[in-house]
Design a protein around this ligand. Structure first.
Ligand code: F55
Length: 839
């Protein structure tokens, strides 16, 4: 890096402020200034990380002006605000996204180049905040981007986990988990707001007391109190001045008078309590789609929900709004049932702390909440044992009993005494021990309940929430998921974005429906050629990443066939690997076979306690080992498992895919969002009629989608008539050979025990019906291979996929939430001098 030359620059732009200006010279000066004054380094001694930090602070300065103005305007106008409650926000790296949304990517790139730095390298230095597991957490992040871009006043509320989702390494083919120490080198994007700390109570007992008016009230005498400290991150919209807030809570021990008295002279005891309190927000639970009845998890849920609701009450007080208007000021969305305790907590705050009567408090509560369901899988439905619940949240249990009693009275009124129905609807499960059913609490306490794709929302009404649908059908609706084109096209696939913009202008970045206009170019040879070239460059890039991280060399001209997502039986990564084995066997049997060369890429984390999922990773790695080393196979087939799938590592993947694997058992994947990211970037989908695949296929056209497999109805019917997986195995020589090889140790150096649990499961129960879907899948893959050979046809299909994905922007999804559920309107922000913002 050269010595800074600060004099004589920015001629004609002297008015540019060092903290807000976006000219290249101003950016360079501000960057070097931050390097010195924030990182305390001269360029000569600075590390890449120092440079990243200096750039992050330079960008943050440019956000702050918008952030402060946004807060001021929301406060002035008392704007109706969305509060998105989520235990997970899988934000991914902030720097690149903020550069895009500020519209200064090119200037910053030039500034860095002129300082002899590589922007890409600096971007790679950012530790991503991995505060989520998968689809649900990433959806929350896409929604925050769209909410800000649509200028909707929003607060995202969640937990500031000290350790996010574990880092995955692969050792001898097995997943090994490493602690994610994302805060180790500091987080330039957050600002602590200790002045807005709140207290959260746990345990203890309740007692009655008379208030000043002589009325009986309940008082909760807790066993312990924990402090919640908010940490705020600005969320800037795309090319608007709106910067909303993601407010994440960290648990700390309170330094109260009582606490001191208790521990007088007991320093170790005091430190011990501090450690215990801070454990609360230490680590994200790494399970997706399975619930675990752990006390600490319930503590986390209640902690952040109570912090969030108390924070909203503080804002109302500050804006001098009466509590009766709570539901007018805030639309609170429950991202699955993880924050569902909010229903009881808002009731408690209104009843006990603000002495409101039950009826108005309940009306406010129901009008406040909306509930989004993300899964039908029974093992994911949260229920807490009464024993745990009452010991941690005794007052909330009383309130839930009262809600339940009143609700079941209404049920009796509508349906008469139908004890079966009442048992099914009750907030308390008494079938096998006693539990609080969080989905039921969410349904009763909300005015809207939505699924995340059309099929999923229909199935909710027909199965999991049937009884609730019959009781209040008017609450049910659908909002199909979407993803943000800013991160998932503009940032991840800049070359494609530039090509599209050069043809149709850049309106599509804000209005993805406009991307339809590229359809007219679908058969244009020049456009096709550029399209193909960009895909190839993206594949070359991934090939070099694969070589770097796994040592496997792949051919960028082969068909890139990609499945990246959490590892789960219902997602059927093992069906994909059965196809790999089948291709392998076909080549081995016919060494001169002229097949379409393929590279199968897998990535994804398994929940640490999910043995079968970890075994699936081991199987993928074992098959890869055999296939990649076999000289008979050559470049015709490669199988690669890319370790540590996360937002950052995924960004180059979607743009490099030819084929997107969306092969869940029909009826099991609520929506999927990876399916959308792939198709937007011109990958063709091979998929089942599940989740949003159905809507993607309708949008892109059946002729541009590779469909196979059982439908949801088929799956149900087959179960009813008796499913016998081994019959498929016996009847299909290719399938039998593949399974026998796994069982016989062909891929495990002769070890027959290793994969036995997996093989037994497939032949005996096969809960996700791989055996039934095997041959249709193989046949469909054959179609894919054939089609890929017709380059023009494939290119045309690829272009049409991108062109027709407009519906799957999270902007469309958020508009639907705003209209159908939240009844909230945009509040544009003008940049003026900041006044009295309080967030
Ligand atoms: C995390 C923790 C628990 Cl206890 C339960 C579930 C999860 C979780 O991560 N679920 C999840 O990611 N669900 C997914 O939500 C996506 C967004 O709606 C859907 O697209 C996807 O189909 C669904 O599986």
């Amino acid at each position: 890096i050269q010595e800074p030359q600060l004099q004589g620059q920015d001629v004609g732009m002297q008015c540019e402020d060092d903290r807000t200006g976006i000219g290249v010279e101003t950016l360079k000066r501000a960057f070097l200034d931050n390097l010195f004054y924030v990182q305390g380094k001269f360029p000569a001694l600075a590390t890449k990380h120092d440079y990243y930090m200096a750039l992050a602070y330079t960008v943050r300065d440019r956000l702050l002006q918008r952030w402060v103005n946004t807060a001021a305007i929301y406060t002035q106008e008392g704007s109706r605000t969305v509060a998105y409650l989520s235990a997970e926000f899988l934000m991914g790296p902030h720097l690149g996204n903020n550069l895009i949304n500020l519209g200064i990517y090119n200037q910053v790139q030039q500034a860095m180049t002129e300082l002899k730095l590589d922007l890409k390298e600096l971007l790679a230095k950012e530790e991503e905040p991995g505060l989520g597991n998968g689809g649900l957490g990433r959806l929350a992040a896409c929604y925050l981007d769209s909410l800000a871009s649509l200028e909707i006043p929003t607060l995202g509320y969640g937990i500031r986990y000290e350790f996010g989702i574990f880092d995955q390494i692969i050792r001898n083919g097995w997943q090994v988990e490493k602690t994610d120490k994302w805060l180790r080198y500091g987080n330039p994007w957050e600002i602590a707001r200790p002045e807005w700390a709140v207290s959260v109570k746990f345990g203890g007992r309740t007692e009655a007391h008379k208030n000043a008016q002589g009325r009986y009230q309940v008082r909760w005498v807790p066993h312990k109190v924990v402090l919640g400290i908010p940490y705020d991150t600005p969320i800037l919209g795309y090319k608007v001045n709106t910067a909303n807030t993601l407010r994440l809570w960290k648990a700390e021990a309170p330094e109260s008078f009582d606490f001191e008295a208790f521990n007088r002279g007991n320093y170790y005891g005091a430190v011990d309590q501090k450690v215990t309190s801070e454990n609360l927000t230490k680590v994200l639970y790494p399970n997706d789609e399975t619930y675990e009845g752990k006390q600490l998890r319930l503590e986390q849920q209640y902690f952040f929900v109570s912090c969030a609701l108390q924070d909203m009450l503080r804002i109302m007080l500050r804006q001098k709004l009466p509590l009766e208007q709570f539901h007018e000021k805030f639309a609170v969305q429950l991202n699955d049932t993880h924050p569902a305790i909010a229903v009881a907590e808002l009731m408690r705050l209104l009843l006990d702390e603000h002495e409101m009567d039950w009826e108005p408090a309940w009306e406010i509560t129901q009008k406040t909440f909306g509930y989004t369901n993300h899964t039908l899988l029974p093992e994911a439905l949260e229920k807490w044992s009464l024993k745990l619940f009452s010991s941690l949240l005794p007052r909330h249990l009383e309130i839930i009993y009262e809600i339940n009693w009143r609700f079941l009275e209404q049920v009796r009124h509508k349906f008469g005494t139908d004890e079966g129905r009442i048992g099914r609807l009750s907030l308390i499960d008494e079938n096998d021990g006693k539990f609080v059913r969080m989905a039921h609490l969410a349904c009763v306490g909300s005015h809207r309940i939505n699924g995340v794709a059309e099929l999923h929302s229909e199935l909710l009404k027909k199965t999991t929430l049937l009884d609730f649908y019959e009781f209040f059908p008017e609450k049910f609706t659908n909002v199909t998921n979407g993803v943000t084109p800013r991160r998932w096209i503009v940032l991840s696939n800049p070359k494609l974005a530039n090509l599209i913009t050069s043809c149709i202008g850049d309106s599509w970045i804000k209005h993805l429906e406009d991307v339809q206009q590229i359809e007219t170019f679908a058969q244009d040879p020049g456009f096709q050629k550029e399209w193909q070239q960009i895909k190839r460059e993206n594949k070359v890039n991934v090939a070099s990443i694969l070589l770097d991280r796994t040592g496997v060399k792949v051919d960028p001209d082969s068909l890139f066939d990609i499945q990246v997502k959490r590892i789960h039986q219902y997602k059927r990564q093992h069906l994909n690997i059965l196809h790999a084995i089948t291709l392998y066997n076909q080549i081995k049997q016919n060494p001169n076979l002229d097949i379409t060369p393929r590279t199968l890429i897998f990535a994804g984390k398994a929940a640490p306690g999910y043995y079968i999922a970890k075994l699936i990773i081991k199987l993928i790695d074992s098959v890869a080992d055999v296939v990649n080393k076999d000289p008979d196979i050559g470049d015709r087939l490669k199988v690669v498992f890319l370790p540590d799938y996360n937002v950052k590592n995924s960004q180059p993947i979607y743009p490099a895919a030819d084929l997107s694997e969306q092969i869940s058992t029909a009826g099991k994947e609520a929506s999927g969002t990876g399916n959308m990211k792939f198709a937007m970037n011109g990958a063709l989908t091979i998929g089942t009629l599940d989740g949003a695949n159905i809507e993607i296929r309708n949008a892109v056209g059946a002729e541009n989608f590779f469909l196979f497999g059982l439908t949801t109805e088929d799956v149900g019917a087959l179960r009813l008539t008796g499913y016998r997986p081994w019959e498929y195995y016996e009847a299909n020589p290719q399938l039998k050979q593949a399974i026998d090889q796994i069982a016989s140790g062909y891929f495990s150096h002769g070890d027959r025990r290793l994969f036995k649990p997996l093989v037994d499961l497939l032949l005996d129960k096969d809960p996700f019906m791989l055996m039934a879907d095997y041959q249709p899948y193989i046949d469909c893959q054959q179609q894919v291979s054939q089609t890929y050979r017709d380059r023009d046809r494939w290119l045309q299909m690829s272009i049409l996929n991108t062109a027709r994905m407009g519906k799957f922007s999270s902007d469309r999804a958020i508009r639907e939430y705003c209209q159908q559920i939240w009844k909230v309107k945009p509040v544009p922000v003008q940049l003026a001098a900041a006044k009295t913002g309080d967030g």
